[in-house]
Design a protein around this ligand. Structure first.
Ligand code: KIV
Length: 308
């Protein structure tokens, strides 16, 4: 094993594929669950190497990778494209594909078909969708088709316009009570886990204690069964805004700027490429080429060509 690998890195043969049953067993054993978002092959590969429990191909893709203002424009085809790349990289993490806006809200049959695409084409193991009781029938239908579903309550970004912005949810007793009810409905409908986004820590702990299924918190305090962050926030790649609940583990945008700037300077000053970055021909081959060029420039060669 190379020295720059953290101690948690295990060889692939030491790790078992993470299943929804294993995620449930982790909750039962009070073992914290880690989930991060990924949208491409190399990131998924590295996450798998450190033994990430769950990789979510989130529709946050739209904002942190594709540059949209919100997650609303993200399409099924865009999600599937990125799911495929992640599935090529990650072989042991549980892979969850995020159903984009309008892929499950209008029609149950269409929702089941779209959920199916995440498994059949995207190589995912489960799907995630946003919403509470209003999604019950859709969730039941998707699960009846054999597709595990992760729920998502609290700040649900696909409802940003209904919620009036990206603001914490469940802060008054009435809203908190409704969220508890929704959480119970999602569990009863068969969800295998639940994301709780941007809700008070006390409420998230209560939901987590009441439910049998694991909760994954993002901006929901330490009382959840696991934690999830958007990887581009954690790595400091996405600088447009950083939610208060994010912990930055790196400043990669700054590091990228430094590297790109250094490359630009090197090119300008002729410092790149150097000899070690350049392929050369053997002296013999070079001599042959020179001889041939000499011959071709003679009259003989020119007249020879004209007769062909
Ligand atoms: O799209 C996403 O990345 C998400 C996480 C914030 C849970 O839904």
């Amino acid at each position: 094993m190379s020295t720059n690998q953290p101690p948690s890195v295990k060889q692939p043969e030491e790790r078992k594929k993470v299943t929804i049953q294993l995620i449930q067993a982790m909750k039962n054993r009070c073992e914290p669950i880690s989930m991060l978002t990924a949208y491409d092959y190399p990131t998924a590969l590295v996450m798998d190497q450190v033994g990430m429990d769950i990789i979510l191909v989130g529709d946050s893709l739209g904002m942190v990778v594709l540059g949209y203002e919100s997650t609303l424009p993200v399409t099924m085809d865009e999600m599937i494209h990125h799911c495929k790349a992640v599935a090529r990289g990650a072989k042991t993490a549980l892979l969850v594909g995020d159903m984009p806006f309008m892929s499950y809200q209008t029609d149950t049959a269409e929702a089941v078909r779209n959920a199916g695409r995440f498994l059949q084409e995207g190589g995912m193991n489960a799907v995630k969708l946003e919403g509470g009781g209003e999604r019950e029938e859709t969730i039941r239908a998707i699960i009846r088709a054999g597709i595990p579903v992760m729920g998502h309550l609290g700040l649900t970004p696909q409802s940003v316009h209904k919620l009036g912005g990206y603001r914490p949810q469940g802060r008054d007793a009435e809203a908190a009570y409704r969220l508890l009810e929704d959480a119970q409905i999602l569990q009863d409908a068969g969800c295998f886990s639940l994301v709780l986004e941007s809700i008070p820590g006390k409420l998230a702990r209560l939901v987590s204690d009441r439910l049998d299924i694991p909760t994954l918190g993002i901006g929901a305090g330490a009382g959840c069964d696991g934690q999830v962050l958007v990887t581009h926030d954690l790595l400091g790649i996405f600088e447009r805004f950083t939610p208060r609940f994010v912990k930055r583990y790196a400043s990669l945008a700054a590091e990228m700027r430094r590297a790109f700037d250094e490359f630009k300077q090197d090119v300008r000053e002729g410092a790149f490429p150097a000899a070690e970055h350049t392929v050369e021909m053997s002296d013999d081959e070079w001599q042959c080429l020179e001889e041939r060029l000499d011959l071709e420039s003679s009259d003989f060669v020119i007249s020879d060509r004209m007769t062909r």
